[in-house]
Design a binder for this molecule. Sequence first.
Ligand code: SF4
Length: 386
Amino acid sequence: MAKQLDAILQQAQQQEPISREQGEWLLTQTDTVAKEAIKETADQLRQKQVGETVTYVINRNINFTNICEQHCSFCAFRRDAESEGAYWLNWEEILDKTADAVQRGATEICMQGGLNPQAKINGSTLAYYQQLVTTIKAAFPDIHLHGFSPQEIQFIAREDEISYETVIGELKAVGVGSMPGTAAEILDDRARKIICPEKINTQTWLDIISTAHRVGMPTTSTMLSGHIETPAQQIHHFQQLRSLQEKAIQNNYPAGITEFILLPFVGEDAPQPLRQRVGRDQPVLEDALLLTAVARIYLGNWITNHQPSWVKLGLAGAKEALKWGCNDIGGTLMEEHITTMAGAKGGTGMAVSDLQNAIRQMGRPYQQRNTIYEPIVQNANTLEKV
Ligand code: SF4
């Protein structure tokens, strides 16, 4: 076994892609010595690929509505329009939240919401989403709008009977700067039938992300882990991300995947059936860390920025992930709802100083970045406000 482990890790160290079988084998290691060796390799690859600096972004989540036509098994955020707790922000509320974020130094608004069939202007869903963007960009032209999952893109396209390319192109034209690679969950249709049966299937997710890259819209990539998925499905997911990035590079697309974010499942307040099936409320840190390390090794030079979720793992867990291959600690978020409503304990927002202190305690330098990983010169005045 030690021989097999050494061979795979040596191959990874030489930055040669590892195979699906090798990746799956790494994920099934339970021995502490083996896991330490995997961690060490992921950390060394992180050093080689992106160096010692840990980055962060000052951003705010705006989830403009929780009214959603779908019923994902892991989602505690959605509501029917007439249910208690349903909300739909108006333009003024959206502007107030953006103004507050800008005042606190934010460079990014991350905008996502439920799939609300009532969200239309003059009968057009695209017009409503465009208005979401222009409302913000007209008042705050410098803010980067990171918005709308592939599921939302498909929803707009379906409602207005237009192509994904048209939706993404039109949103880009009014000021969307990048797209979150959320709604990926696990890119395996057998698992999706159980955890998100109404969501777009794997191929549609891949098609929409690839279309975004082709029209010059950068995206992130994510994985929802630690529910019903198997190691083989996890590696299959990584393989599809790797192929997407390869496709963007080979075809000379103007954009690609900027980062990979692991999102471990939080079940505490999630709908009962999936919660019971998974059988635990909070993520298992040990499993998330091994997967973090294997993500760094498997995604290799295709995707070099890796971010843990402090919302799901807590800041201490996210710090630990920085030793298992991650190089970014994420964003301030200011107002996280979706996972917090599922019972996550990490908090709803993080002060810049908390993120910086966490990184400093590890003896690593930190750097504020923008959404697409370009460094930002910090403004000392804004830091006090966040
Ligand atoms: S995860 Fe998104 S699409 Fe699924 S039910 Fe929740 S809000 Fe709706």
